[in-house]
Ligand binder design. Sequence first.
Ligand code: SF4
Length: 322
Amino acid sequence: MTSTVAAGVLPAKKAAETAATTEDVDLSFDPFSYQRRASERIEREGVGLGGEELIRVVVPRKNYDKIAHKIDKMGDYKPEIIYEDAKIQEIDPRDAAAIAGLNQNAEAQFVTVKDDVDLPVIAAFRLLAARVQPRHPILLKDELVGAVHRTARGRLGSIAPTSDFLNTLLTASTNIGSLLCDGIGDAVMVQGEDAPGQALRLSYNILQAAGSRIFKTDYVACPSCGRTLFNLQTTTAKIKAATSHLKGVKIAIMGCIVNGPGEMADADFGYVGGAPGKVNLYVGKTAVKFNIPETEAVDRLKDLIREHGKWMEPSAAQPVLV
Ligand code: SF4
């Protein structure tokens, strides 16, 4: 679909100096409903990206070199593309000449926003996605060196490492996650976190949280209320202990059948309070087992997952990211 907007995503003070961005532009994505931007499939170093391919995880070479010795043991959670080998075109999305040159290129080009662009990250990537033709796959970054939030973060130089990582986590999740939920992005790279393993975990966890790639079990639990028919915290902990090694399974844990089934979203399996001390189990939104004693319910849930071919023994599972 093609939508037209005035590119009012820029800060007001930039509007005058970026007159080109205030023109109406044809968007290469629909901002009002989820649809992955229709990029063309390309390959980099034997790895496919764009089109129907998975959203890839890119790392800078310095990070890759530090974890290269343990990549064989990383299963699905390894770096997939090295930035310096990926022939990525870095662009300022306000640069009309550069955009025109890219769009005239006969081949789809892997493209990202230049690090020194002084725009907020989300605005910069939305503008890039709006102005380059959809066939060009986009690499999302969590931070741009010149970005406003980076400056603010610099002022907090004395904060403790833990809160610093929380800040990095929130920034990366907000920026990359929002763009993924807009349907923008064919690959991601976290550069605000220096530790290579931590940056890699963050990349994969953001993809999982955005629903872009599923690597580990996902849980949806209700907040609990006066209707809740079991201890939500301890039950959730028991279910997690039994199933967290599974890959790509979504489990809903709901306190009651009054509202629980309607709130299970797109879970594969549901564990729902049916009566005091009794649990109903669901496959998707359909109840399939009723009034199971709570003491047996986690084992019956495991049986149900097994029956539907989604069970694996913990010993056969790949390492799970935390
Ligand atoms: S699903 Fe039931 S128990 Fe859970 S919050 Fe909603 S009404 Fe309360």
